[in-house]
Every structure is written in C-alpha cells, then in structure tokens.
Design a protein around this ligand. Structure first.
Ligand code: DGJ
Length: 730
C-alpha cells in the first residue's frame, strides 16, 4: 500500500520504495501540518516533529495564535492570518478582504492518478501509483481546496497539484496559487539550480543555502533559457552517490517560481508553482482553478538517485505516444546546412547523400513557407513557397520517400511577422497593448494564442499543409519571450490570466495536433532549449536541447539537462565545423560521440563532407542503432565532468538488465599525464563479468566499479572514445 491513513494519530503516510512523506491533522481545528519527508520509515508516530508543545496549538493557548501559524510546518500555507512566510494561496474577496487559511475537511485515497484537465501531468494506473486527495477548506470564506498527492510504487517520486474551487457564493480573485510546499529544518543544505542563456542552457549551479529567499523564476512566458523550473536541496556533503537530496520540478511551460526561504532558526520553506507576479485569476462562483503539477523526488543516495527517479518517471509516466518506447529516427536537418537559402534541388541533393549513408529522415527547417527568405517575414503564412519548392511539399516528400527517407517539417505556430499576410489581415491577433508600439524580437510578434479563434485560424493552415504531404515529424519552434501581454478578449480586470491562458492555448494546440496526426513524432524547440521542461515532454518525447551544436559546449549543456531529463528527450546533432556558435573545430568522430546519447542526427551540408567524414556516418549510425537503446532506456551516470575537472568528461549508461554498459569519454583539454586517468564505473552487477571493447579485458562488475577503469590516453584535445562493456556468459 503506497498511501495509508492512521485514524488514531490522524496522520497520512505516503510511501515510495525508499521515501516516506507524512502529513498530520493538527488540533481540533484540523490544521494540516507537514510531519516528515525523507528516507522510508516503518509505521511510527512521528508527530513530535511538529513541535506542537513548543508553540502551543490555538485550542490550548489562543493568545499565541500568530506564532503558531508562523512556525507550524504547513502542508499548504494560506496568507493574511499569521503565517508570514511565503504563502501558496492568496485570494481577495469582492469586499477587498485578503486572507485565507486552510483546515482539514475530508479525504479520499484511491488507486491511479486523475488527469489534470487541459494540463500536462504524469500519469499512472492503479498498478503504478496511489493518490491522496486531501480536501481542505477556509471556513470563513467557505472556500474548498483539493490537495492531490500521488505516490509512485516503483519510483521515488510524489506528484502534487492543487485545485481551488470557489464554493464561497461570491466571485473571488486568486493572486497566487502555488502547487507544492515543503517545510522542514535546514540540514546543512546546498541549493542546486540550472541557469544559463541562449546557446548555453542548463548550467549546473550549486551554492550554500543562505538566509532569506532564494531560488529560480521566469517571467518570460516560457520556462526559459535562463532558469529551469527545477531546484534541489542537497546536503553539503552530498555527492553523486551519497547524501540526501530533495528536488522539485514543475510540469509547466510558462512563468514559474521555485523558492527556498530560510528563516528564524533555520527552518525552511521550499515552494514551487506559477509565478504570482503578473498572475491573477477571476474565479466566479462554482468554478475551479487547477494549478499545474510539481514532481517531488527524495533521494538518500545522492544525485544519481534523484536523476534516476526523474528519468524513470518521465520516460514511463510523462512521455506519451507511439515513440515513447521506440528508437527515434536518425535524421539530417538542413538548418545549419542552408539556413534560408535552399530549393527543392538542394534539399534533394542533401537527401541523396543522407539516403546513401543510411540516415532515416530529412527535416526541412525554417524557410519553406510564405516569402520567407530571411527571418524578417512570413511567420503566420503557413503555405508553401512554390518559388522555392515547386509542386509543394508533396513533390518533395514523394521524391525523398522514393529514396527511402522519411520527412519532417519545422513550424513556429505561436508567432507572426509584421510583414506577413496574416498580420496584415489580423493585426489584432498579435499580443500588443493599444497605443503602444509592440516590442519585436527577431522581427516577430507573439500571437494571442489564448484566443480560440486565433488558435483555430493558425491550426487550420497548419492542418492543411500537414495533410498535403507525408509528414512524419514536426519540429515546433518558439523563438522569443513574451512582451506586451494584453488581450482584447479579456476584461481589464482579467488581464492577469493572460500568461497562463497563453500556455493553456499552446497545450491545447499541441494536443489537437497529436490527436489529428496520431503517428507524428513531435519535437519541441524554443530558440534551442528555451522551453525544455516536463510540460513540453507530455506532448513531445524529445526537445531540441540547444542551438549550440558545438560538441564541447554540448557536453556541459547535456550534462545539466540530464541531471533531470532523460537522455531520450534530448535532440543532439553532429553539426558543421567550425561551430556556427563558437567557431570551435572538433573532429567528426567526437561530434558523433557527443551527440550519440541523445536523439541523434546531423545538421550540416552532407554534400560538403570529406570522404573520410562521409565514411564515418554509417559507423556512427551503427553505433546509434546498437547503443542508442542503452542510452534511451538504461540508467545514466555522470562519472566525470569537464565543468569540474577541466580535462575530460565521462558519462555512462547501463541497460536495466545490466548486461551492457556504454561509456562515452571525451578528452577535452589534454594535459601531460604520467599515469592514465582513473574512473570508477557505476551501475554494473557486482557479480557478473564484463568484457571491455577497448582492451578486451574482462573484470567483475565489482572490479570495474570499486577498482575502476583506466581511461585510454588520447593524444590531443577534443578526442573521444566510445567504450562498451558487455557481460560475458558464465
Ligand atoms: C531556432 C531553432 O532552435 C533552430 O534549430 C532553427 O530551427 C531556427 N530557430 C529556425 O529559425
């Protein structure tokens, strides 16, 4: 049983394989106290952790009610009545009263997990998980709040969401509805977050937790290149393999807040949800507001435990569709090969090279529609530019299909160029504030996707194009942050809903696309990795990781990404050299090894390769065919990080049955070594024996893990090796 309720102690117990989460109902008033989250424990009364004897409960000492509110470890804090830490729920009544506080009303425990209407979320049946629906209320307002907790039976993850129901008989305005809160004492924590910028997303930051409020956020309308909706509190001594980790990740693709507040004598409050800045929601009587989901992971065995829980959860209970458990096709994308300068003949030329080398799919990127010969026009004009592609997509795809290549297409549905037929016909479709010049970015404006007629209009055009040819893959791009966020479709006092309604609109459009084209492989993208988040993974099993395709920068970007997201979700390509982003040149083989763990492809002009490079493509494709499944479905280990050692990078993936392991080793900066570098492997079966592809040596799993492996000495910078360990028959 994953979830139980002890009536005598009035405690809910949520168990995952290695963690326990306890919620207590406190005092005659029924406050919801957070008792414990950590390593799994048996049935035990742990309510002493609430320290109720120290700041007396109101029924005993009402004169100290405020300090009770302000110190109780709380499941879901309201505001305005005395808990003066960060609140999760803030409401305003028509009279202007701004206060609420929740107490227990009822609960349900059931198998499986309910869907979140209109929102992405993890899923699972009765065999996978159990859900606690804790029904709370603000007695004065008559407000109902449902707190959902789903505990997974085989994965150390608890997924939380919140639904606010206006049962007050009056309209209300919600000013803040966060999705999860975790109150606990500081345990000498560091805070790990992922930050970055365009072309260098998800750099790992680890710093000592300080006093006051700290964390991550976005107000860009997308989860962003700059910060990730992820944070982890880790014991300062924690490593990849040891120490406690408490992590939160938000299943959402818009503005977010993730915050840890250290206050008073070292008590912590960790929260995550929709950013309350620029958010408000009018909740009329009888309606409800569903806040998106937060995934909480606890690991007592370091960062590897956290990473494995996220990877297993997302691969099995978030990603959907026909490609969920399938190898992703190897592809060539023409973006860095041609940019906007192509025609049918050029694409077919690349296609012929691709087919000859054994690549499976060709993806036609930006520039195939309207009059788009640069990035300054035509977004919104989703019809084929017949000057470039006479005969339309049909002729092109037919030709490519004849060569044995499948076809994929780039689109950017949320945008409009001021120089476009769409904008000339419907300028009001773009987000803009009346009387103010709208802010352009890449010479484009954002469509008001919150409006159904705008979605229908754009979707109608896309549907026609996609139905005109055999399109098997879509790259859905989104190339700017939101600004001028105003919609004439919303009342003046409802403009605070627009950011969230925009995200809901994107989700609705992607769901429609997947419903109408159920065999489609969808890849999300946002100027590279600007919207790489679990919300998007619900719709697309893979996301373009970064516009930076340099193999060495990619090691860092993919390392930060893989801390949370499975390798199977990362688009990774062998690109042109010198790199178009940082002008670095790296060997073709190394570019292959850097891209191999992800959804593998090429992004360069195949017609311009040297004979040696061309000859390497079938070798790389064979490696992808053989070892791609290990990266895609196995356990990932970050063995050595170039960001930390400034010399080399080693990642490893081990198949779940522990029969094969692949070690991806890149020597970035050579230094003189009297002795070879030495790493300890991970994840093998201690008692089995494994043969190394590099040396032919056979050692036990225990030997490789505890004794370690001596890395081959490579003579030069940016060199790499793919080393395979295969279990030998006993
Ligand atoms: C940004 C994407 O990340 C690139 O891969 C490419 O598709 C361009 N947009 C096209 O405009």
């Amino acid at each position: 049983m994953a979830i139980s309720y002890n009536e005598q102690e009035r405690v809910f117990k949520l168990d995952t394989p290695h963690s326990t989460y306890l919620i207590g109902i406190v005092d005659t008033e029924g406050f919801l106290g957070h008792v414990y989250y950590g390593r799994r424990i048996p049935d035990d009364n742990m309510t002493y952790l609430l320290r109720l004897g120290e700041s007396r409960v109101p029924s005993i000492k009402n004169r100290e009610r405020l300090s009770f509110y302000d110190a109780l470890p709380t499941e879901y804090p309201g505001h305005g009545i005395g808990d003066l830490r960060q609140s999760c729920l803030s409401v305003e009544t028509p009279e202007g009263y701004r206060a609420c506080g929740l107490t227990y009303r009822d609960h349900k425990i059931y198998g499986g997990k309910p869907k979140l209407e209109g929102l992405p979320a993890t899923y699972g049946g009765e065999e996978d998980c159990e859900t606690l629906e804790l029904i709370a209320q603000d007695r004065t307002l008559g407000l109902t709040v449902r707190l959902y907790y789903t505990a997974f039976k085989k994965i150390d993850a608890i997924c939380r969401s919140v639904r606010v129901e206006n049962t007050t008989g009056k309209p209300l305005r919600l000013d803040c509805v966060l999705s999860a809160c975790l109150d606990m004492d500081n345990q000498d924590f560091d805070l790990i977050t992922l930050h970055g910028n365009w072309a260098l997303e998800r750099m790992i930051s680890r710093k000592r937790l300080g006093w006051g409020k700290q964390g991550v956020s976005s107000l860009r309308g997308i989860s962003s290149h700059q910060e990730q909706p992820f944070m982890a509190l880790v014991e300062s001594t924690a490593t990849q393999t040891q120490g406690q980790v408490y992590a939160m990740n938000f299943v959402y693709s818009g503005n977010f807040l993730g915050q840890v507040e250290m206050h008073q004598q070292g008590q912590l409050r960790m929260v995550m949800g929709i950013n309350p800045v620029d958010f408000s929601w009018k909740l009329v009587e009888g309606e409800s507001f569903q806040a998106p989901e937060v995934v909480m992971v606890y690991s007592s065995c370091g960062l590897d435990g956290m990473t494995h829980a996220f990877h297993d959860l997302y691969r099995n209970h978030l990603v959907r569709g026909p490609y969920k458990d399938k190898p992703r096709p190897s592809l060539v994308n023409n973006w860095e090969a041609t940019y906007f300068d192509f025609n049918t003949e050029k694409i077919l030329e690349i296609g012929r090279e691709a087919a000859a080398a054994g690549i499976e799919m060709l993806v036609l990127d930006d520039g195939w529609f309207g009059k788009r010969n640069s990035d300054s026009s035509s977004l919104g004009d989703w019809f084929v530019n017949e000057e470039k592609l006479p005969g339309g997509l049909k002729r092109l795809t037919d030709e490519l299909n004849k060569m044995g290549l499948r076809f994929g297409l780039w689109i950017e549905p949320e945008m409009v160029s001021p120089d476009s037929e769409l904008y000339r016909a419907h300028p009001d479709y773009a987000l803009q504030i009346p009387g103010r010049e709208p802010t352009q970015s890449r010479e484009q404006l954002v469509l008001d996707i919150s409006r159904k007629e705008v979605r229908d209009h754009v979707y109608g055009m896309l549907h026609a194009v996609l139905s005109s040819a055999h399109v098997e893959y879509i790259k859905w791009d989104m190339n700017r942050a939101l600004a001028d966020v105003y919609s004439p479709a919303l009342a003046p006092d409802a403009q605070g809903e627009l950011y969230h309604r925009y995200v809901l609109g994107v989700y609705e459009m992607q769901e429609r696309l997947l419903t109408d084209f159920p065999d489609l492989l969808l890849e999300n993208c946002s100027s590279g990795g600007g919207r790489f988040d679990p919300g998007m993974l619900y719709y697309s099993p893979q996301i373009w990781t970064s516009d930076n395709t340099d193999a060495i920068d990619r090691l860092k970007i993919q390392e930060g990404t893989a801390l949370v997201y499975p390798l199977s979700t990362m688009g990774a390509h062998v690109a042109a050299c010198p790199s178009h982003t940082n002008y670095r040149s790296t060997p073709f083989e190394t570019r292959g090894h850097a891209a191999l763990p992800g959804c593998f492809g090429y992004e360069l002009d195949l017609t311009q390769l040297t004979p040696q490079e061309k000859a390497m493509i079938p070798v790389q494709l064979e490696e992808y065919r053989k070892y791609g499944p290990v990266f895609r479905t196995g356990d990932y280990y970050r063995l050595a990080s170039f960001s930390e050692n400034h010399e080399y990078d080693v990642l490893m993936a081990v198949s779940k049955d522990k029969t094969i392991a692949v070690i991806d080793y890149v020597q970035v900066m050579t230094r003189y070594r009297l002795k070879s570098a030495h790493i300890r492997l991970a994840g093998l079966d201690e008692n089995r024996y494994y043969r190394c592809s590099e040396t032919g040596e056979v050692h036990s799993g225990a030997g490789w893990m505890f004794g370690g492996m001596l890395l081959p000495k490579l003579k030069g910078d940016f060199l790499s090796r793919l080393i395979v360990l295969e279990a030998v028959e006993e």
